[in-house]
Each structure stands twice: as C-alpha cells, then as structure tokens.
Ligand binder design. Structure first.
Ligand SMILES: [Zn+2]
Length: 99
C-alpha cells in the first residue's frame, strides 16, 4: 500500500475486497498490454489472453457495482458522501410539495 490510491476507505470489508480484486485485475491487464506492446510478439494467443484479462476485469467491476447497489453498508456510505446531491433532491421534493 505505498502508492497513492484514489480508493476511499470504506466501512464495508466486502466492498474493499471486491475493489482490490478489481484493481488487481486491471493491473494485470495493464501489465500484459504493456508487455505486448513492448515485445511485439503479439499473435492470436496473446490477444486471447488480453481479452480474457479484460473480461476478468469487466466482470470484477460489474460485481463491484452490483454489490454497491445491493449492499446496505455501501449505500449508507455513498449516501453520506452524496449528501449534497441528496440535499438538492430533497429540496426538489420539498419545493414540489409546495407547488
Ligand atoms: Zn458493501
């Protein structure tokens, strides 16, 4: 953990785990891609591998998204963060009541 992460600390350990999985998949994919560009060995096999890694990342990301939508803890956390937007939507519904 010595590189600056844009990951915010979260109360949900499962979210944290999924996020790390996602990050790792992305890292591996990036590395593979960089390797391919450098070596130019390419070929169909390398392309397949890259596709596989990309799919792995996409899947991990989808799971992460789904979790943050289904998980109560994560929703609480994002609600706390998005207080501003919630306020504005409250203001909207408030003003709607007065109309
Ligand atoms: Zn969660």
């Amino acid at each position: 953990m010595n590189k600056p992460l844009c990951i915010k600390t979260t109360v949900c350990s499962q979210y944290q785990r999924l996020l790390e999985e996602c990050e790792r998949a992305l890292e591996i994919w990036d590395e593979r891609r960089a390797e391919d560009c450098g070596s130019r060995l390419g070929g169909r096999e390398a392309g397949d591998e890259l596709l596989r890694l990309q799919a792995k990342f996409a899947r991990a990301y989808a799971v992460l998204q789904r979790h943050s939508q289904d998980c109560l803890l994560c929703q609480l956390a994002s609600n706390m963060e998005g207080r501003d937007s919630e306020n504005s939507s409250n203001a909207l519904s408030n003003s709607a009541m007065y109309v």
